[in-house]
Write a protein that binds this ligand. Sequence first.
Ligand code: ZN
Ligand code: ZN
Length: 267
Amino acid sequence: MDRFGVELGKGICRMIIGLFGEDSPLILALQNDLNEKGFGACRSTQDLPRDQSQHLVFRKRRLPPDWESLREAGMVLVCIGEPVEPAVPFDLVLSPRQSEVEALANLNRLVRQKLTGSPRPSWDEYFMRIAQVASMRSNCIKRKVGAVVVKDRRIVSTGYNGTPRGTRNCNEGGCPRCSGLAASGTRLDECLCSHAEENAITQAAYHGTSVKDGCLYSTFSPCLMCAKMVINSGITEVVFNMGYPLNDSTFQLFEEAGIAIREYRLI
Ligand SMILES: [Zn+2]
Ligand SMILES: [Zn+2]
């Protein structure tokens, strides 16, 4: 079951339809129709392929006792015949007395509705999640932060925090302050780690890309030093996921410089 949930969470299987009912020409016709439309078949959650298939049809005589977890994992439940358990909120109940044409039309309508209604992340979520992935590349032992600079809804630069290019990584003892586990907010001038926002801006400079009028997404609110860089690089908006405890002067500076700043929390 876990695997099933994980697969869906990874977005590999975009849609799984569970056909539940006794073997009948109708259920076979429905399955064949879905197979022709690119739905691979599987008989158990263990059979779900790891590497392919955006769509799968899952056929069983009866609902398993853990049907609620199937539903939570995103399976569309279709009943063919009288529901044995009327309490189950099936997405579709098809009577065996229905004509094949009518049943296929009903199922196709449901499939189309589910496929077109699949949720997409907002732009904020999209960029913040990418910043979050960037943070995973951080080599800093104290904190992992990621940032992306976006212009016209396109990413022009990314960054994560860590020691400068060509020097020993923070997690290999490259930063004495981080290795010394200094208390938060102390000995900041001894820290050799560049910040994610700083690196996103300098990476753009490295490639000769302008960040003017761009928007910076950061998994953390910028510190005062990064705020100054943001202002002077021409970035006009900052979106952050989590507030840094010492950020009052940053906010004031942004306000004075006319930089829009807002929080966007990933759930
Ligand atoms: Zn560090
Ligand atoms: Zn910073």
